[in-house]
Design a protein around this ligand. Sequence first.
Ligand code: ADP
Ligand code: MG
Length: 598
Amino acid sequence: MIKVLDSFVADKIAAGEVIERPVSAVKELVENSIDAGAESIIVEIRGGGKSYIRVTDDGCGISFDEAETAFLRHATSKISGISDLDNIVSLGFRGEALASISAVSRLTMVTRRAEDMSGVKLVLHGGRVVSRERTGCNTGTTIIIEDLFYNTPARRKFMKTESRESSSIIELIQQYAVCYAGIRFMMINNGMTLFTTNGDGDSLAVIKQLYPSIARNGLLPVAYEHVNGFVSDPGSTMSTRKGQLFFVNGRLISSSVIEKGIEEGYQGRIFSGFPAAVLFIEAEPCDIDVNIHPGKQEIRFLRQDEVKSNIAEAVSRAVMTDAGVPKGFVKKIESAPEKKLNVDVRKKEETEQTSIREFLKSLDRKDSYEVPEVVEVTEVSEETEAVYVPVSSPAEALTEEIKKPAPFDFSELTFKGYVFNTYIIMQGSDELYIFDQHAAHERIFYERFMRGYNNSAHSPQPVLTAFTINVSNDVYSMSGEWLGDLIRMGYDIEDFGDCTFIVRGIPPYMSVGEAEGFARGFAEAAGEARGSNQVVIDKLITRSCKSAVKAHDVLSEQEITDLMSELAECDNPYSCPHGRPTFIKISSYDIERSFRRK
Ligand code: ADP
Ligand code: MG
């Protein structure tokens, strides 16, 4: 039943100018359709939504008697009292969207409940009911908004160009289509159908259909506690965060907490750019506050740290696996620059995408158009594509169907060769792996040094011939900041005067060459950083590892074997401390394909 909230409850609701642009109106209407239990939602716009918006659903509909009530401010069927605010499970709850939209447009609603013989057609202009009549119509609700902001010229001015407004709307519908893969979405723009999803619940299929560039290199399934979805392998990053979509309880949100969790989950394996991540997060309604943002695009997690570490764990379980090893020959995903719009797409044309492209071409103002992710026209890499784990969503269904990703098994590898004095070739059961000796060394050193630093007592191992380290004046004057750290790591090091330090003993876990390079690098790096908290130390060690590794050159087969077993023991054998991969893989299938055998 649609009731008007009392003013006490209404005042507790984050008030907001809900309708700022056509896309905000579309968002409210689509959310209403979802809340109404729709299985099919058609969104049609013209003129960027400025002149015409239609949202048609096959949801529960509204009765003749309540049709008008729905347009009163704070009229809602979704909550009734203050306690419900802590337990919101619907997308809407404020009961003001229809009131706000109808106040600034000419609005027509046609609606019918399944149990009613006839429906109702209601027309409002500027919020005033112009007509109400019974009508025959399908079950569900259609709302048509014409001439948005016709009576508020000031707000009309804030709208962007037609192409920008339509782009935002299309992007929004794509996002909902991914999240609600069980609902069939159809998007029509200026009379052209841009895409139709099939509503069978397979969110990965929708991602592939609507975001081909996110899915191009394959996505790794995420399934851990209440976090489900997909992330890209660490080698397939994008230059923006456009490939990151987060849905909390079915609500698309932006969240720095989630972004940080993802970053942590990759554990330094991202060398540059942002991984793609489509995550469906289930949270207890009482653990989140959705009522902090007028457009509801942000929510507050009441237990942020827990959320962050949960996300990190979920992502890490997905990428710290064999499937997460970067694939050779894979190009970096770029979001499509506009100028490429006219480029011919060579393969994998999906009709929906083609029509979007045609639509884009038809726009006269290409300059102002922000292309939603759909247009990926850079050359599709022929060589490789990860194996998709087919899953059917909704989010909860993901868990059962996903095979648990296995961690990487080094014991399966056999040594096959060593090339360019740098790369180690190993063979697995069905793949070839190429290890970067330097990256691997850096990782091993880094973990060894971090461990060395974190475990207090170290007795230095005396060196036969003491050596000295010469530093610049500024670094010398700051020795208080770094000398103690070296001693803690197990160096026997002493001020020798005149910008010089003498080393008589080194950490037991280093060779003399490594120890010398590391100490030098560490002192210099410390000269630039201040303080010695964990973050700084981590940075210093990361940088100094490089100096230690440089000492290494051509490896013997024994050294390669040692390197591999040391790498296998690392917490994160997959990347160097700077985020470069330590190894990549090429499947036998890819090799055969390159030889046109497949
Ligand atoms: P809210 O969604 O916050 O409840 P709205 O102003 O968006 O407020 O909608 C008011 C009420 O109208 C809803 O609570 C719902 O009962 C009804 N309603 C709106 N859109 C639809 C729809 N598409 N199908 C069925 N009922 C709807
Ligand atoms: Mg609503």
